[in-house]
Design a protein around this ligand. Structure first.
Ligand code: AVJ
Length: 329
């Protein structure tokens, strides 16, 4: 996979047909929905980076402060010569901090659905970390793929899953996803995961309704992407970004609300929208530490350490394989 000048990712991306099928499937439900993983085309990945530098979007800086305050202990727990795997690495900025502190990491497997960005960042990492084998993998990480084998031997696998992306999964898929990670890790591996915590709803509201409307643009880009890729005719101006915290379900929901009655054409399908009807595009679940711990335990993992910031807005958690005796179902 490695050539002199470029690193070509293994590609397990969902194809166009799969994307179209999922879009049609979602738009035919009584509550219309679209999968949030499709936000991240080139433009979406860019917009997400802009969200991450917004004052209102507290997640990146809160998580970074937790990482900085506790990196010594984390690195101690993780140990030397690991195979590090990141699910949804994006621009790979976060993992650099970890790579800078780990003891002689053997290899890094960045996994992302956005191929262009993945190629660029894998290249940059390989030239900045000369002893690190970089093995990029382009995939929807909820599907199955094989973790590539590094040339050098490694002590254990460590999955890094920052940013509370776990929050995008509904409770049952979240549990299944953690179970899958446990399978990838094996008995010796560990998971370092960012988990967003429950907090004042006004903070959540402004984080997902930023004053510069970058989140709105990010949400609307999903329709623009569908227009671009399938020659579809969504009238972008007639949809509005709407985000709310649903306290009963413990999640922020993002929607795109049709401002008028309209029909959209996609392939041979005609999709009708009533005025005020919404497409549900994303959920972002918020957990209490004990709720997350509960879910982890039923997935074959055990929370070994939890680090939070002083305001307890966010947590970084270190999970290992649960010994079978303590695992409850
Ligand atoms: C990357 C999934 C963690 O849910 O907070 C940011 C995505 N959506 N603003 C989140 C997102 C709206 C983000 N995650």
């Amino acid at each position: 996979m490695k050539t002199r000048n470029s690193i070509i990712p293994h590609d397990y991306r969902p194809g166009r047909e799969r994307f179209l099928a999922e879009v049609l499937d979602g738009l035919r439900k009584p509550q219309k929905e679209l999968p949030s993983k499709y936000f991240y085309d080139e433009r979406g990945a860019d917009l997400f980076e802009r969200i991450c530098s917004l004052e209102e979007y507290y997640i990146p800086r809160t998580e970074a402060s937790i990482m900085q305050a506790n990196i010594a202990v984390m690195v101690e727990l993780i140990g030397p010569r690991v195979l590090l795997i990141e699910y949804g690495c994006g621009d790979c900025k976060k993992v650099r901090f970890l790579l800078d502190h780990l003891h002689d990491p053997v290899a890094f497997v960045p996994i992302d659905i956005s191929r262009g960005q993945l190629e660029r960042v894998a290249q940059e990492l390989a030239s900045d970390y000369t002893t690190l084998e970089v093995l990029p993998l382009c995939a929807d990480y909820t599907s199955s793929f094989e973790v590539p084998h590094p040339e050098r031997g490694f002590s254990r696998k460590v999955v890094y899953f920052p940013g509370s992306t776990i929050g995008n999964f509904d409770p049952i898929p979240a549990r299944q996803f953690l179970e899958r990670i446990a399978g990838v890790l094996g008995p010796e591996g560990a998971l370092l995961i960012g988990v967003d915590l429950k907090k004042d709803v006004t903070l959540l509201h402004s984080a997902y309704n930023d004053s510069q409307c970058v989140t709105a643009a990010f949400n609307l880009n999903l329709l623009e992407r569908i227009n671009r890729e399938f020659n579809c005719d969504f009238q972008i101006d007639s949809f509005r970004h709407y985000a709310l915290y649903n306290p009963k379900e413990n999640r922020v929901e993002m929607h795109l609300v049709s401002q008028r009655q309209q029909t959209v054409h996609l392939g041979n399908a005609a999709i009708h929208f009533a005025r005020g009807e919404s497409i549900w595009t994303e959920s972002s679940y918020k957990y209490n530490p004990d709720e997350f711990q509960q879910m982890a335990v039923t997935s074959g993992l055990r929370v070994e350490r939890v680090w939070t910031d002083a305001r307890e807005w966010f947590s970084v958690q270190y999970l290992v394989a649960a010994d079978e005796l303590t695992q409850t179902r």
